[in-house]
Ligand binder design. Structure first.
Ligand SMILES: [Zn+2]
Length: 162
């Protein structure tokens, strides 16, 4: 069976082969290595997307104290159906993955970044907002659906600012 075609920009970003990475973390005075996910995709890895939206992706438990730790490594979330790619990162922990990069999204895809995990999860769950979609479609008849979805994400991301 032929493997699913990787999305070109994910290839360019280095995640087509291995969507995971090793990360060092520490707790109870000791450091550990964990395998973490750097990219999730609604078609290729729907289960990882579900974990991400629940806030349970890249969570590890300290072997000594048992306390769960959320590793705040950037994750590229690709919503294939909506042609939207979002680099989600923690702006207090790491730099914008898109900064200084010539990252070109796949044809028809929009590529954006969002510097807060919690707010990004909230915004990703609002992409079904058909009322805002119809409003934007009426205002911007030339925009692609992908651009409208990116804008819906950004509106909800901005509105959720604490
Ligand atoms: Zn611990």
């Amino acid at each position: 069976m032929k493997p699913p075609e990787p999305i070109p920009s994910e290839c360019e970003l280095g995640f087509a082969e291995d969507r995971s990475a090793q990360l060092d973390w520490s707790c109870c005075g000791r450091s550990y290595q964990a395998k973490i996910w750097s990219a999730v995709n609604t078609q290729l890895t729907p289960e990882l997307c579900r974990l991400f939206l629940e806030g349970n992706l890249n969570s590890v438990c300290c072997p000594i104290c048992g306390i769960p730790v959320a590793l705040r490594h950037p994750v590229l979330y690709t919503d294939v159906e909506r042609r939207l790619m979002v680099w989600v990162y923690d702006s207090s922990f790491s730099e914008d993955p898109l900064q200084g990069r010539a990252a070109v999204p796949s044809p028809g895809f929009e590529l954006i970044s969002a510097g807060d995990f919690e707010r990004a999860r909230f915004a990703l769950k609002q992409l079904d907002d058909s009322i805002v979609f119809q409003q934007l479609r009426a205002e911007q008849p030339r925009w692609s659906d992908a651009k409208i979805h990116a804008t819906i994400f950004q509106l909800h991301f901005a509105a959720s600012e604490r």
